[in-house]
Design a protein around this ligand. Sequence first.
Ligand SMILES: Nc1ncnc2c1ncn2[C@@H]1O[C@H](COP(=O)(O)OP(=O)(O)O)[C@@H](O)[C@H]1O
Ligand SMILES: Nc1ncnc2c1ncn2[C@H]1C[C@H](O)[C@@H](COP(=O)(O)O)O1
Length: 218
Amino acid sequence: MNVKNKYGIPDHAIITIAGTVGVGKSTMTKSLADALNFRTSFEKVDTNPYLDKFYGDFERWSFHLQIYFLAERFKEQKRMFEYDGGFIQDRSIYEDTGIFAKMHYEKGTMSEVDYETYKSLFDAMVMTPYFPHPNLLIYLEGSLEDILSRIQERGRPMEQQTSIEYWKEMHGRYEKWINEFNACPVLRLNINDYDLMNNEGSIEPILEKVSHFLKQPI
Ligand SMILES: Nc1ncnc2c1ncn2[C@@H]1O[C@H](COP(=O)(O)OP(=O)(O)O)[C@@H](O)[C@H]1O
Ligand SMILES: Nc1ncnc2c1ncn2[C@H]1C[C@H](O)[C@@H](COP(=O)(O)O)O1
């Protein structure tokens, strides 16, 4: 019996992976998709035309980058819907506004008018009854120290050169954001409780939890 059937995970489920930069979302996305034979929806990083520029000058590029991410994630949302689900998604659309746009606005690296324009577009596109929310959001959490070392280990220069203050601010905001998040059920996983890199067996207990959470009434 395959693991999807073993744990009774529906073929049409959409599971989104959330958490701060470097916490392990892409790694989790790949492992879950392999185990469940689901499709993946990844963020575009290498081909993103604004990301490098953004890290070089937040004020100049934060609005452009948010619009780019919103468009890309919305297209992915449409693709997942057209396939009738069966997806693991690397980062939720909710983090774009709840973490990134908000943080840049509140820290003064996105102007008020740009933030309001972005927010009204986001709300019109996402905060409607027509927008299909995921069946489950898996939130990955870990200490700032572990996350900083993963960012260094992964080696994207734009992130390595960004101040620790930036990552610390984001880490704090994630904690607050997830405590208030209620658009779909949330499964929280601490990165010290599994090891997908060195222990293949790590995925099964996670699937068991996923199955349990998917069965909970919304
Ligand atoms: N369970 C793990 N144990 C150790 N290192 C990990 C684990 N998961 C991810 N990593 C490493 O941490 C870094 C960031 O992981 P990644 O999945 O790219 O994070 P994200 O997509 O959240 O930014 C990568 O170098 C990856 O190899
Ligand atoms: N909405 C966003 N605003 C700014 N930066 C963002 C946004 N979404 C993702 N990013 C950045 C953060 C990382 O440098 C890369 C990829 O994220 P990761 O958490 O490593 O998958 O994009």
